[in-house]
Design a protein around this ligand. Structure first.
Ligand code: MG
Length: 173
């Protein structure tokens, strides 16, 4: 059994992960509209992965006899100025998620809720990969800038992503 404070923090984090999925779906739709189906597919895979993160927390709450509460999700932006802005925002978003995971982890340590710290270890590691991948891609989109052949090359490369699981930019291609 976890404390009410911990339960609330887990429900909030689950909401964050569902919102990430929502945000990446919106980014996927934007990329599709921009005639960049490879980027759209990559972002769709990212969205699936985020739903998986949320469901891990969902199951952890149930396993611990906690109460799952599905909070209202915000409305993600539907429009972006460029693919470069999409990947820049995705990187910033992952940095925020890391900060949020660290907060929940700190709470688990304070409460000596070691079942939660062990559970959250996976998320801490995952965020290292998420920040690495999104940071690398944001940088590559900055390098490409307005260069159309470069953009099409990245679209082809990211379009090779097969599943919702990507841990490095290489895996994601
Ligand atoms: Mg996540």
């Amino acid at each position: 059994m976890m404390s009410n404070t911990m339960q609330d923090a887990m429900n909030q984090q689950m909401k964050q992960e569902f919102y990430s999925s929502y945000l990446y779906l919106s980014m996927s739709a934007f990329c599709d509209r921009a005639n960049l189906p490879g980027l759209a597919q990559w972002m769709r895979g990212q969205a699936q992965e985020e739903t998986g993160h949320a469901m891990k927390i969902f199951d952890h709450l149930l396993d611990r006899g906690g109460k799952v509460e599905l909070y209202e999700l915000g409305r993600p932006p539907a429009d972006f100025s460029s693919p470069r802005e999409v990947f820049d925002q995705a990187h910033k978003h992952e940095q925020q998620v890391t900060a949020s995971i660290n907060k929940v982890y700190g709470l688990a340590v304070d409460e000596r809720d070691f079942a939660s710290t062990v559970f959250l270890d996976w998320f801490v590691q995952e965020q290292v990969e998420e920040e690495k991948t999104s940071g690398l891609l944001a940088e590559q989109f900055r390098m490409v800038g307005e260069d159309r052949p470069g953009l099409l090359m990245l679209d082809r490369e990211l379009g090779q992503r097969k599943s919702g699981v990507a841990h490095t930019a290489a895996d994601a291609t």
